[in-house]
Design a protein around this ligand. Structure first.
Ligand code: TRP
Length: 450
């Protein structure tokens, strides 16, 4: 089994094309590549903003499950589970909440902007929103950290907006392990999988963080300075934001050498013969770098000109939509405003319809560009072609969804079985957590006798 991957969604309705591009197709790929994939339906997290929509919850849980199955998530290989049915997550949330800084939560940019969108007053004093800030909403990053760490997930494929939550989770894990681990990694620091957005760690850094032996408390630069002939400053230079491709190549070589040396010193960390260590380290690095390169940027911009696709903006194409529904959104697509007649030369780079061709019609995209630039195609025809392409992608998904809709009993069975499997893992982690925190006062056998 490959490394453990965890993703989650709030069940607040059907999933849409933005979810598909930003995350779902990535999950299917990871599943195909043999990763040990978990998907959590975060129904308790949905309650943080939808606490009064209890009537819809059960339907929404099933809608997202149908969408997973429709895009090709295979319940034999990917464990789909329901958050509220795993009490160990809520227990771990409570323990982690002691380590979570309220100050940091108030400075979480994603929480802030979500609060603003929802009209929640995100401050202790003053009234800036219609709704009062509730404790659960402020704390959902803590519960999300529990979602991830209860399964000891290493990789978390998410859209860019989720990165602050993963960073927060990493902080909690470090604090937890430092306090309670006694030198051991009880919880695992996860890595967010999103494409090279600014301020995010490079794939090499992520690699270092995920493969670093737990006993080694060194920064990436510190590690290089100790295990290669680089000085601290040289090491920092190779991995800085301004590093050239040649620098990162050099950094890559050095890192592989350093890792090989480290493993040679700590034979217990690997059971490879010394002469294959450098090659092994390189292969691992290349693999991680490829994951980084394949990351999507995580956001599909709205075709109507908005920053993203979202229910509240009315520009959503659901995975379950048919051609007419697809066309109803795409026909409103924002094109080059300077273009009046189909024969005017167009500027694809300011056109959302073209941006979508890049995502959904990569083979046709060069022709689209050429014809647009030379005034050889009209915008309506261009939108029609795009809608046909999107319809082609969604047709098999829609078809699989229809098939599953006729087998709702089986869908329920998948959820029950997935949750049961997930709970086994969660129970194991929570018992390690309790032991580390010394809140296991009695032998399990004695307690079980009750
Ligand atoms: N907050 C995520 C979102 O809104 C959903 C989520 C819940 C999640 N738990 C998670 C994502 C754990 C990744 C890992 O999309």
């Amino acid at each position: 089994m490959g490394e453990r991957v965890l993703t989650g969604d709030r069940p607040t309705g059907k999933l849409h094309l933005g979810h598909y591009v930003g995350s779902l197709r990535n999950r299917v790929r990871l599943q195909e590549e043999g990763y040990d994939c978990y998907i959590l339906i975060a129904d308790v997290q949905a309650l943080t903003t939808h606490w009064d929509r209890q009537e819809e919850l059960s339907r929404h849980v099933r809608e997202v499950t149908l969408d997973y199955l429709a895009v090709g998530i295979d319940p034999e290989r990917t464990t789909i589970c329901i958050q509220s049915m795993i009490p160990e997550i809520h227990e771990l949330t409570m323990y982690l909440s002691m380590l979570a800084s309220v100050h940091q939560l108030f400075h979480n940019p994603t929480l802030k902007s979500e609060a603003q969108q929802l009209g929640i007053n995100f401050a202790l004093e003053g009234k800036k929103g219609r709704l009062e800030l509730n404790y659960g909403f402020l704390g959902y990053p803590v519960s999300q950290a529990a979602d991830i760490t209860i399964f000891k997930a290493k990789l978390v494929p998410v859209g860019r907006d989720q990165v602050p939550h993963i960073e927060f989770c990493r902080k909690l894990v470090r604090k937890f392990n430092r306090l309670y681990g006694g030198g051991e990694e009880i919880l695992i620091e996860p890595i967010a999988m999103v494409g090279g957005a600014e301020g995010e760690p490079s794939p090499l850094e992520r690699w270092y963080w995920s493969y670093r032996p737990p006993s080694l408390d060194l920064s990436l630069e510190g590690f290089l300075a100790r295990y290669t002939d680089l000085s601290l400053a040289e090491a920092a230079g190779l991995f800085s934001d301004e590093a050239s491709p040649a620098d990162s190549e050099a950094g890559f070589e050095k890192l592989a050498q350093g890792v090989a040396k480290l493993l040679a010193e700590h034979p217990t960390e690997s059971n490879l013969p010394a002469e294959s260590l450098v090659q092994w380290a390189k292969d691992e690095l290349i693999r991680l770098r490829e994951i980084g390169a394949q990351d999507t940027k995580g956001v599909l911009k709205g075709i109507t000109g908005d920053e993203k696709m979202s229910k509240s903006l009315g520009n959503v194409i659901n995975l379950a939509d048919d051609y007419d529904e697809i066309w109803a959104v795409i026909r409103q697509g924002v094109t080059d405003p300077g273009r009046i007649h189909p024969t005017d030369p167009g500027r694809p780079d300011v056109c959302r319809v073209y941006a979508w061709h890049q995502v959904f019609n990569p083979e046709g995209e060069p022709t689209v560009r050429h014809q647009c630039v030379h005034g050889l195609r009209g915008c309506v025809a261009c939108k029609k072609e795009l809608a046909a392409r999107v319809d082609e992608i969604l047709a098999p998904i829609r078809e699989r969804r229809h098939q599953w809709e006729k087998r709702m009993d089986e869908v329920d069975e998948i959820l029950i079985e997935g949750t049961r499997r997930a709970r086994q893992v969660a129970k194991q982690t929570i018992s390690e957590v309790r032991e580390a925190m010394k809140i296991n006062y009695f032998s399990p056998a004695r307690v079980a006798a009750d």
